[in-house]
Design a protein around this ligand. Structure first.
Ligand SMILES: [Zn+2]
Length: 224
């Protein structure tokens, strides 16, 4: 399954119509995108996306809501219940719109992150870019590293324990209690750069969070 397919739901999950926070968070997300475009600082944007992805647990909920609407639609058509049919169609159409918005958001984030990876990769001279062939291969590498690092960062939780590191009150064996999933990629050059970029995504967000926390303390001394 492709990167986009895997994360469409993760990103659109908090956009469920019954999630009031979604409507409040949307302008904040737009603002974070705008700030990233202007300042080149991805911190606020990544922080927000990660927050949204944290509610990816709603994914199952989103999937079952869609399934219910599809079943309802089939039943309504069979029963010739035009009113109910219209309701179900509307629910499904809303779902599709939310999902498209999730794709657009993800595509924009990936574009910004790819530009950042290219900048970092070039500065560190990952690969020579002297000939056209080199440049083409380099672009492929940057794109691959950007996609995989973003995907792993967005959803790098160990699936048996869901990132908690604990299963049935015991340390989770697959992740040894770290809660982190292993990067599903063969050892080598690409994996090494991908892991580096994953840790840089973490540090971009951590430093943004630290700055935000210190600002908060500045204005609200009791918030520590
Ligand atoms: Zn685990």
């Amino acid at each position: 399954m492709g990167f986009a397919d895997r994360y469409i739901h993760a990103l659109s999950a908090p956009n469920l119509k019954d999630d009031e926070r979604h409507h409040q968070a949307e302008p904040l997300l737009a603002a974070a995108f705008a700030a990233a475009e202007v300042s080149g600082d991805l911190g606020p944007l990544l922080h927000r996306v990660k927050f949204a992805a944290a509610t990816a647990r709603n994914m199952a909920h989103a999937a079952s809501a869609r399934e219910r609407a599809e079943k309802g639609l089939a039943e309504a058509i069979r029963a010739k219940d035009a009113h109910r049919e219209a309701d179900c169609r509307q629910a499904l159409a809303g779902d599709a719109v939310e999902s498209e918005r999730g794709v657009a958001c993800l595509a924009q984030l990936l574009r910004l992150w790819t530009a950042e990876v290219i900048k970092r990769g070039r500065a560190r001279r990952w690969v020579p870019e002297n000939t056209a062939w080199d440049a083409d291969a380099a672009q492929k590498l940057y794109r691959m590293v950007a996609e995989h690092s973003l995907a792993h960062w967005l959803d790098g939780n160990c699936s048996p324990c869901g990132g908690t590191g604990v299963v049935e009150s015991r340390t989770c064996k697959p992740c040894c209690g770290t809660g982190a999933a292993d990067l599903p990629m063969a050892a080598g050059f690409v994996r090494e750069h991908t892991l580096n970029m994953v840790s840089e995504l973490h540090s971009i967000v951590d430093s943004h969070a630290a700055r935000a926390a210190s600002k908060l303390r500045q204005y609200i001394p009791s918030a520590s």
